[in-house]
Design a protein around this ligand. Structure first.
Ligand SMILES: Cc1cc2nc3c(=O)[nH]c(=O)nc-3n(C[C@H](O)[C@H](O)[C@H](O)COP(=O)(O)OP(=O)(O)OC[C@H]3O[C@@H](n4cnc5c(N)ncnc54)[C@H](O)[C@@H]3O)c2cc1C
Length: 506
């Protein structure tokens, strides 16, 4: 794979995907499998936006069962199965533990009934999944078992625990990349660090986009019959109209709290938690030798993700999240000193926040053809809500693209077509760095360290490791001393305590 700028200058694509987070990546893979000539651009590195900052859970939809929303529950389960099937090297089952207590909805008998119903309703969940990828039935466990799994959960009133299984993305950045590598293998042309500046329209029809290569500064026009914007929080920038947004933050802790994900119900009130309305579940998710803890939400205001104004919000988020977790689970005794890094992003809301309305996060993706709303023909917007369901939303978007292009539909094959195995070559970091630069389009050292290899995994690389990686990448990319130093400093800033993972596009 290489930055295919020549194709960007000369090709006339059937479909140009703007934005290569998980949604754009899934669209590209699906469209290529259905025979379209596809171009993909991102103004940053692939998957460096919201998709790199998730809690890594592939949701199985149990919470939809609690709301008796069976359609959405089945949808989530189907998507979890699809990811376990097509990317077994990057998605695996994850046990989730919560405490049981009292006589109500969280009692042992209520949880036993809910898990049994979940098991029955999802009896097809393991069809086609490989060895070690099966989702076991949920179960209610004893107090002693809870203590064994995560002792701090044992509090007055606890009667035991309930365990169910979701999926876990081992490496969300590599998973996004696997969809793109599949698309490239099928003939798509890709370029990161290529920003769409404006949509080109003639009459009422889209012709492509005007773009800037942010590496060289070159301006170019990319021609396409159909342009699909999958720009996450930046959807509004190319006319897709943006929904109000919540700011969402996780922290990475310096130790592994448990081998299962642990959920505790926050004690916060609706006033303290205007986005979810209070009482939300906080999850501590095992992540190698560390733990991802999340999620804290706030109203995003008008600040663009990554702007300087975020720093106060981030600090407040880290403090509040730790305080909320400790209040719900005092024996865990998390302190600010345990935080290796914070990660954050923005998520769409259902609408303007209304006091007292529970869970204001948008739960429905938007996929629409602008011509249906008085805009130009050939422009499609996709505005997703979860990593988990990105494949399905992309399937709907590509169906729409076929109708926009006026072509007979071609069936989607992404639920069963295995993704290329883009595992990081583990044994030889230097080989992995060279591969990232030569064949995986890494342009900056941060691309190599944070997204193509495991070098940036918590607790984060030492300066010595970053400097060695910088020398290898710099040798490949022809950096002078000043550039190499700047690239090294950039990575150090992103991987040390409180570092910012979601930076403004370069
Ligand atoms: C803290 C947090 C925790 C989460 N946890 C989970 C979870 O556990 N499970 C789950 O399923 N979901 C989770 N989510 C939701 C999930 O991460 C997002 O729904 C998903 O990643 C959004 O992907 P996307 O492709 O729509 O957006 P993004 O990943 O943001 O991609 C958009 C891309 O568009 C590019 N772009 C923008 N403007 C332009 C332009 N002009 N030209 C070219 N490119 C452009 C950006 O650079 C970016 O790469 C979480 C989200 C957050 C913030």
């Amino acid at each position: 794979m290489h930055r295919d700028l020549n194709a960007m200058r000369t090709a006339d694509f059937d479909l140009l995907v703007v934005g290569a987070g998980i949604h754009g990546a899934c669209v590209a893979w699906d469209a290529v499998l259905r025979g379209l000539r596809v171009g993909v651009i991102d103004r940053d590195d692939f998957g460096a936006g919201t998709s790199a900052n998730s809690l890594r859970i592939v949701h199985g939809g149990l919470r939809y069962l609690a709301r008796a929303d069976f359609a959405r529950m089945r949808e989530s389960v189907r998507e979890r199965s699809a990811l376990l099937r097509i990317a077994p090297h990057l998605v695996r089952p994850l046990g989730v533990l919560i405490a049981t207590r009292g006589r109500g909805a969280q009692s042992r008998s209520a949880m036993r009934a809910a898990l049994a119903l979940n098991d029955v309703l999802t009896f097809r969940r393991n069809r086609g999944t490989g060895p070690g990828q099966s989702i076991p039935p949920g179960r209610v466990v004893s107090r002693a078992e809870v203590k064994r799994l995560f002792a701090p959960l044992d509090q007055a009133g606890m009667t035991g625990g309930a365990i169910w299984y979701d999926g876990q993305m081992v490496h969300p950045e590599r998973l996004t990349f696997a969809f793109l590598a599949g698309a490239a293998g099928g003939g798509a042309s890709l370029a990161n660090y290529l920003r769409a500046d404006a949509i080109l329209v003639e009459g009422d029809r889209v012709q492509g986009v005007r773009a800037t290569d942010t590496v060289t500064g070159e301006a170019l026009e990319i021609r396409a019959q159909c342009v699909l914007g999958a720009m996450g929080p930046w959807t509004g920038e190319l006319g897709g109209g943006s929904r109000p947004q919540a700011f969402a933050l996780n922290v990475i802790l310096n130790r592994r709290l448990a081998d299962v994900a642990v959920g505790v119900r926050a004690l916060s009130t609706a006033e303290q938690d205007p986005v979810i309305g209070g009482g939300r579940y906080l999850f501590a998710v095992p992540h190698g030798a560390s733990t991802l803890l999340g999620t804290w939400y706030a109203i995003a205001g008008d600040a663009v993700a990554g702007s300087a104004d975020d720093s106060a919000l981030i600090e407040r988020g880290v403090r509040s999240l730790i305080a909320e977790f400790n209040a719900a689970c005092p024996a865990a005794r998390i302190s600010a000193g345990d935080v290796l890094r914070a990660q954050w992003g923005r998520l769409p809301l259902k609408g303007r926040l209304e006091p007292g309305r529970p869970d204001s996060l948008a739960d429905r993706p938007r996929v629409f053809h602008h011509a249906d709303q008085g805009g130009p023909r050939g422009l499609v917007t996709l505005d997703g809500v979860k990593y988990t369901t990105a494949r399905l939303v992309a399937e709907r978007a590509v169906d729409l693209v076929f109708s926009v292009l006026g072509r007979p539909g071609v069936p989607c094959r992404t639920t069963h077509t295995p993704l290329p195995d883009t595992r990081v070559p583990a044994s030889d970091p230097e080989a992995a760095i060279r591969l990232a630069v030569r064949s995986e389009m890494a342009v900056h050292l941060a691309d190599v360290v944070l997204r193509r290899t495991d070098l940036g995994a918590p607790p984060g690389p030492t300066r010595e490791v970053v400097e060695t990686a910088g020398r290898t990448a710099g040798g490949e990319l022809g950096w002078n001393v000043a550039t190499q130093e700047a690239e090294i400093e950039d990575v150090m800033r992103r991987t040390t305590a409180g570092a910012r993972e979601l930076e403004p596009a370069r």
